[in-house]
Ligand binder design. Structure first.
Ligand code: PLP
Ligand code: COI
Length: 343
């Protein structure tokens, strides 16, 4: 048995081995039985399409131990639907929604002793991943796939937690092409972001704020998260064909509307950053991480979003409400949580 004697309150966003992962193979035109594995490795063909031609997609979602002791998976259905879109985007076999849900629940149940306790601030990160497995040397889609779900306990993605950090703009990099793979969760998008991300970190920034890859006029995405801002009491967030439709952003927009805050999903011209009062990066890993300053490294412009270095009032309200729903502290009025029974 692997060690679960962890310092739950001080986990980083990293990989910690857990007991089991679950796997399912698509072969001869059908999905097989779900297999439970204790191995952290996979055996694959040296010419598999995942290795050569990037047929690799994944998801990210979380399970939480709640105030009432129950375990909740946040918006399972939405991630199940999104990986179907990713699969279609790069010609992979879509994982049926019910299979996805069953495997995620099973992976959480099997590793229940790794779900961080309520109050620790940590959660169980769930990483479903699908790979093209059959051998191709011509550029063609695979005929065989494996879908796996692994889980690992995590702390905050930005080490500062819920404290404003600085982000930067660098025009020499694009994460994705205008009509490329940005709207899907394809591994290659992250490879394309590594150089810029490491450079930004080395310069002391928590993430890169990408501009739209066609014109570099509008705000697009913030590292591995969507970008949002509060302007004159309104929640604004980019509408763009090159960003990942974030489940967290979708949830926060709903919470904002519930609170009577107007929501605008639209192009955000770069210059508008000088008129915003709050900003944040939102995603499963990032949750809603407040932004302090945005530095345009190409022309030296500094957008000072948080004048006092504190998270903004609306960002804080939205963050608290989201967390409270995930942790079962407040009613789940939209039915977003899947309660995992028996653990
Ligand atoms: N954008 C990118 C590029 C991401 O990797 C993620 C993380 O999943 C998000 C946005 C946020 O999406 P979600 O809220 O569904 O986790
Ligand atoms: C997530 O928020 O789930 C992500 O996938 C972001 C990342 C760590 C790649």
């Amino acid at each position: 048995m692997r060690d679960n004697n962890l310092d739950w309150a001080h986990l980083s966003f990293g990989y910690i081995p857990t007991d089991y992962n679950v796997r399912c193979t698509f072969k001869d035109g059908k999905w097989g039985e779900i297999e439970v594995s204790q191995s952290e490795t996979i055996n694959m063909h040296i010419a598999a399409t995942a290795l050569h031609y990037g047929q690799e997609i994944f998801e990210g979602l979380k399970a939480f131990r709640g105030a009432d002791g129950k375990v909740r998976i946040f918006r399972l259905e939405e991630n199940a639907k999104r990986i179907v879109e990713s699969a279609k985007g790069v010609m992979m076999e879509p994982v049926p929604v019910e299979l996805f849900k069953k495997m995620v629940v099973e992976a959480v149940k099997l590793n229940s002793r790794f779900i961080p306790p309520y109050g620790s601030g940590a959660s169980l990160y769930i990483r479903p991943i699908e790979l093209g497995m059959s051998a191709q040397i011509g550029v063609n889609p695979s005929t065989e796939y494996v879908f796996m779900v692994l889980v690992t306990p995590v702390g905050p993605y930005f080490k500062e937690g819920f404290k404003p950090t600085n982000i930067c703009i660098m025009r020499e990099y694009d994460r994705v092409a205008p009509k490329g793979t940005g709207r899907w969760k394809v591994g290659g998008n992250y490879a394309a972001s590594l150089d810029a991300g490491v450079k930004a970190h080395d310069l002391g920034y928590s993430a890169v704020l990408y501009l739209d890859p066609r014109e570099k006029k509008y705000v697009d995405e913030c590292g591995p998260a969507n970008f949002f801002a509060i302007k004159d009491g309104k929640y604004i967030t980019p509408a763009s064909e090159s960003i990942l439709p974030s489940v967290t952003n979708n949830s926060i927009m709903q919470l904002a509307r519930d609170m009577g805050i107007a929501v605008e999903e639209r192009h955000i011209p770069l210059e508008e950053l000088s008129q915003i009062q709050e900003a944040g990066a939102c995603g499963t890993a990032a949750v809603a991480s407040p932004v302090a300053e945005i530095h345009d490294l190409d022309n030296g412009t500094k957008y000072i979003v948080s004048k006092d270095g504190q998270p903004g009032e609306i960002t804080t309200k939205l963050y608290n409400r989201l967390r409270a729903i995930q942790l079962g502290e407040e009613p789940d009025t939209h039915g977003w949580n899947t309660i995992v029974e028996g653990i």
